[in-house]
Ligand binder design. Structure first.
Ligand code: HEM
Length: 554
């Protein structure tokens, strides 16, 4: 050591080399070699400059420097739990997915609840839509239901998602999340996009401020398709219902809790699971045959509409129990990658234009959020069924893959053209081959061919046009006190807008839903509301369609 100071080798502590006994657990850095001193970096002399030659100090600092990864672009704040899904009623008539047909089968799951717009450190009690995403580790691959606690969405087409989210995210200049202008931009977007009104009504209701994740409903929102073993296709909406019932905070509690305990919801969830009070949810489906697709006033492909339970009751088929807290928040809750395109044979997309763009978005964002194309083999994302894949290499490959990296090959897949696992999903690609395979062996078809036709168009389908009827349906379903809470929420939100124009346009929008509601709000803003707008105003029924909604929880 020649630091220029007066350190002499003789002055230094020359203790013997650290060498733990065989089998002893030792402190280490990346290479796993034993390390005895994590307190002092290597220096030139005792008081000289720190040496870059010290691999222990260097690697420790370097790993720390790279601990953070990008937070999710939406739903950044979340809490997760492992669980078990048990099927009690078979859906065999509608789907060949084993997770929905084998009664009594227990499927391991991981569920993540979230808020949407807040950053990963935001308060959990904000008035926000909540995410309810569940990954089922089935014997046929992973199946994800990536849903929310509100049954409808703000917009009908994924192309608008970026503007919807930008309007509610922090201001682009000074990043104030709850500032006046953030309220302005959100309500500006809402008031100029009438299809948002139905979900805006839900968002202003008590549904968006759950008392606990254990007391919150979940909805798949988009319309999916179940495919039976014979290729019959049935439209499906997915539902979760908490065994504890649905309960909310009131706004005053949210404001106080947001200051006292911004982690309130994740604490409640973790404490309940640690204490053995495992949250449980019933899983249900609403089913509509392909023949009945056109029998509603609304379009099944429009995710700003729900299917009223009076028209199509929910069939409850299984129970989810959350029974284990994560061991490591980052490795599990943060690195979990939900994607609506994670599906198993027997479950398929509908042509819902939101769903189809979502199927692209999740995988795409996870490529950058989780550092390259191998995130599906991170421990929390790995499937539990055996499979053969010819995907190879890429950043952070977590598996040591053996065998051919091409398909078909004579070693693993002698039955070329058939899927190597399961009952023989057909990989035929030409239209003729698909038809032939369907005719030859309908039972084995897991991708059932179905007709797709039409001119290429960028047009809103005609039945997407009614922006207000279901908002009114929702409003009529609320009790008096719930309606009052909603009016207060709206007055609070609009009260934080600077722009008079935004306030007035938004009140006019709500006049399309319910005249009396709009008049109540308008009073706080000294505004004169026009005549009732909606043709159903004051009516109790609209004929075929219900005017208020059943709440199967109550
Ligand atoms: C998360 C995009 C609509 C529910 C995300 C993420 C993106 C995204 C990029 C972050 C994913 C990640 O980093 O892992 C979109 C787009 C949509 C859309 C482009 C519209 C086209 C919806 C809808 C729902 C929903 C309609 C509810 C049914 C969720 C949930 C999460 C999420 C629950 C959090 C998942 C988790 O806990 O990791 N979305 N989303 N999204 N989205 Fe969407």
């Amino acid at each position: 050591a020649t630091s220029g100071m007066n350190a002499k080798i003789a002055d230094l502590d020359k203790s013997s080399v650290y060498c733990p006994a065989d089998g002893d657990k030792h402190l280490s850095v990346f290479s796993n070699a034993p390390v005895d001193n994590l307190d002092t970096s290597m220096r030139a002399g005792t008081r000289g400059p720190t040496s870059i030659a010290d691999p222990v100090a260097r690697e420790r600092i370097s790993h720390f420097d790279h601990e953070r990864i990008p937070e999710r672009v939406v739903h950044a704040r979340g809490a997760g739990a492992h669980g078990t899904f048990t099927l009690h009623t078979s859906l065999e008539e509608y789907t060949c997915a084993k997770v929905l047909t084998k009664v009594g089968q227990e499927t391991p799951t991981f569920t993540r609840f979230s808020t949407v717009l807040g950053s990963s450190g935001a308060a959990e009690t904000a008035r926000e839509v909540r995410g309810f995403a569940t990954k089922f580790y089935t014997q046929e691959g992973n199946w994800d239901i990536v849903g929310n606690n509100i049954p409808v969405f703000f917009i009908q087409d994924g192309i608008k998602f970026i503007d919807l989210i930008h309007s509610g995210k922090p201001e682009p200049d000074v990043a104030l999340p709850q500032a006046q202008t953030a309220h302005d931009s959100f309500w500006d977007f809402m008031s100029l996009t009438p299809e948002t009104l139905h979900m805006a009504a839900w968002s202003l209701s008590d549904y968006t401020i759950p008392r606990s994740y254990r007391m919150m409903k979940g909805f798949g929102v988009n319309t999916y398709v179940l495919v039976s073993a014979t290729g019959k296709r049935t439209f499906a909406k997915f539902h979760w219902k908490p065994h504890l019932g649905t309960h909310s905070l009131v706004w005053d509690e949210c404001l106080k809790l947001g200051g006292q305990d911004p982690d309130y919801l994740r604490r409640d969830l973790a404490d309940a699971i640690a204490g053995g009070a495992f949250p449980k949810y019933e899983f249900g489906v609403q089913l509509v045959s392909e023949e009945d697709e056109e029998s509603f006033d609304f379009d099944l492909l429009d995710c700003t509409k729900l299917i009223p339970e009076e028209l199509v009751p929910i069939k409850w088929v299984g129970t989810l129990e959350l029974n284990k807290n994560p061991t490591n928040y980052f490795a599990e809750t943060e690195q979990v990658a939900f994607c609506v395109s994670n599906m198993v044979p027997g479950i398929d997309f509908s042509n819902d234009p939101m769903l189809q763009l979502r199927a692209f978005s999740y995988f795409d964002t996870q490529l950058s959020r989780l550092g390259g194309p191998n995130f599906s083999s991170l421990p929390i994302n790995r499937g539990v069924c055996p499979f053969i894949s010819t995907a190879r290499d890429g950043h952070s490959q977590h598996r040591i893959q053996a065998g051919p990296h091409y398909y078909p090959n004579r070693f693993q897949t002698p039955n070329a053209g058939k899927c190597p696992h399961g009952k023989g999903q057909n990989y035929a690609t030409s239209e003729a081959a698909v038809k032939e395979a369907a005719l030859a062996d309908p039972e084995t078809m897991t991708f059932a061919p179905h007709k797709v036709e039409g001119l290429r168009a960028k047009q809103r389908p005609p039945k997407f046009a009614d922006d207000y009827t279901q908002a009114q349906l929702f409003y009529n379903s609320l009790s008096e006190v719930e309606q009052q809470h909603m009016a207060e929420a709206f007055a609070f939100e609009l009260g934080h807008c600077d722009s008079r124009q935004v306030q007035e346009t938004m009140i006019d929008r709500f006049n399309e839903m319910d005249h009396d509601f709009a008049v109540t709000i308008a009073k706080s803003f000294d505004y004169e509301v026009g005549e009732p707008k909606h043709p159903n105003h004051g009516k109790k029924t609209t004929g075929q369609q219900p005017i208020s909604m059943l709440d199967s929880n109550n």
